[in-house]
Ligand binder design. Structure first.
Ligand SMILES: NC(=O)c1ccc[n+]([C@@H]2O[C@H](COP(=O)([O-])OP(=O)(O)OC[C@H]3O[C@@H](n4cnc5c(N)ncnc54)[C@H](O)[C@@H]3O)[C@@H](O)[C@H]2O)c1
Length: 340
């Protein structure tokens, strides 16, 4: 049995990754998650919660004693835990510095004391800032624009420094925009989908011409599993982008979702642009193909249909979140400002 520590495993990508791992009988998973507003045990079925190969530990990656306990006797580490919503980082950067940067530092220190087979750090395409050349390869300049991206860039480079300085088995992954089931409904695709289902406005920053490289979450998880299994000498110290190699604009997604539900275009509401909004992200897929033999299996048309259908068929999951005072307060305060 291979025991994997998954930090942030109760969030969107983390919980999808836990499912990917548990579908393979050779894995046992320890999730270390603080259960912030974005962490959700509803992301796990009853079957998973009762699976003896699944262990959930509530804990904070920025607290050494929590990490020390969790890291003992694991074979591999996949580090997802982070504050992830760019809009929130504009309002309050504090938890971003604490979790994304300091939390990663604490994990790295504990890993240095207790090394195991490998530590996969989940960074983000946001560290690049807006595309200066396309497609964006791993040597594209690091030029983060938002506080979220800056704290992730700091963590990304800190991981790299631990590889260079201590020669530890570290791998840095930079996924592009993920979408799919169980994504917190403040993020673009579930936000638009659930608002459309409730006949609420789809708020589009500025012109809506900003593009992203959209990666279906299950494809992302398959790629990370490959990185967990490939010969470590092939990936140690490497930075690997995970993306589709194509781009879709925000406005196009809004149109597509409204069309799917047969709702009027008048639901689209253009608002002031978010400060430091990245204009364009599009991934080079060459390195992932070369090192892992991986490319995404799901094209955007298929993935978005599956995703919309998932939210349509699982209203209890997202309605519970949207009813929370915390969700409504952020929504109201943030969008009120941009409407004014
Ligand atoms: N979603 C995307 O499109 C995307 C793209 C590229 C990279 N990423 C990266 O992937 C990772 C996961 O993203 P996501 O979208 O699943 O995020 P998410 O916000 O859905 O989940 C984050 C999880 O981390 C947990 N967490 C937060 N602070 C913690 C702490 N101090 N200690 C322990 N757990 C803590 C939360 O409770 C939650 O379960 C992040 O590192 C993010 O930067 C995400």
């Amino acid at each position: 049995m291979v025991r994997v520590l998954v930090t942030g495993g109760a969030g969107f990508i983390g919980s999808n990754f836990v499912k990917t791992l548990l579908s393979d009988r050779k894995y046992e998973v320890i999730v270390l998650d603080k259960l912030t507003y974005a962490g959700n045990l509803d992301n796990f079925s009853e079957k998973i919660r009762h699976d003896p190969r699944f262990i959930f530990v509530k804990g904070d990656i920025a607290l050494r004693k929590n990490v020390y306990q969790a890291i003992k006797k694991v074979d591999k580490i996949v580090h997802f835990a982070a504050e992830t919503h760019i809009d929130r980082s504009v309002v309050n950067i504090d938890p971003f510095v604490r979790t994304d940067f300091v939390g990663t530092y604490v994990l790295l220190e504990e890993f240095r004391m207790n090394p195991c087979d490998r530590f996969i750090h989940i960074s983000t395409s946001e560290v690049y800032g807006s595309a200066q050349t396309v497609p964006m390869a791993e040597d594209h300049p690091i030029a983060p624009q938002s506080p979220y991206a800056a704290t992730k860039a700091g963590a990304d480079r800190l991981v790299h420094s631990y590889y260079k300085t201590y020669n530890l088995p570290l791998v840095i992954i930079r996924p592009f925009n993920n979408y799919g089931p169980n994504q917190y409904p403040e993020k673009l695709i579930p936000f638009f989908t659930t608002n459309a289902l409730e006949d609420k406005p789809l708020f589009v920053y500025g012109s809506g011409q900003n593009t992203r490289d959209w990666l279906y979450v299950k494809d992302c998880c398959e790629a990370i599993k490959k990185i967990l299994e490939v010969d470590i000498n092939k990936v140690k110290g490497e930075v690997i982008n995970l993306g589709s190699g194509s781009e879709v604009a925000v406005l196009e997604i809004a149109d597509l979702i409204l069309k799917y539900f047969n709702k009027p275009k008048s639901l689209i509401r253009h608002i002031k642009d978010r400060p430091a909004h990245v204009e364009r992200l599009i991934s080079s897929t060459d390195k992932a193909k070369k090192l892992l033999g991986w490319k995404p299996a799901t094209d955007f048309k298929t993935g978005i249909r599956q995703t919309i259908a998932w939210y349509q068929n699982n209203p209890a999951w997202w309605q519970k979140i949207r009813k929370r005072k915390e969700y409504q307060r952020f929504y109201r305060e943030w969008y009120e400002k941009l409407l004014a």
